[in-house]
Design a protein around this ligand. Structure first.
Ligand code: F3S
Length: 63
């Protein structure tokens, strides 16, 4: 599975990292780190939780 992250939309709400710290990290300024990547399907629920938690819709999860 794959995550896509659009850092340009991030407002630093930090909810992604709060609900799914195993998948989402914040940079030194408190914005989401990275642009997306493949991830283990075993972490699908965590990925979807993180995506739902973001009010800016920064994170998209793909099969
Ligand atoms: Fe940014 Fe959304 Fe996380 S605004 S820090 S991607 S909750």
């Amino acid at each position: 599975m794959r995550l896509e992250i659009d850092p340009a939309l991030c407002q630093g709400h930090a909810r992604c990292a709060a609900v799914a710290p195993e998948l989402f990290e914040l940079d030194d300024d408190g914005y989401i780190a990275g642009r997306g990547r493949e991830f283990d399907p075993a972490l699908e629920e965590a990925a979807r939780k993180g995506a739902r938690a973001c009010p800016e819709k920064v994170i998209t999860v793909f099969e």
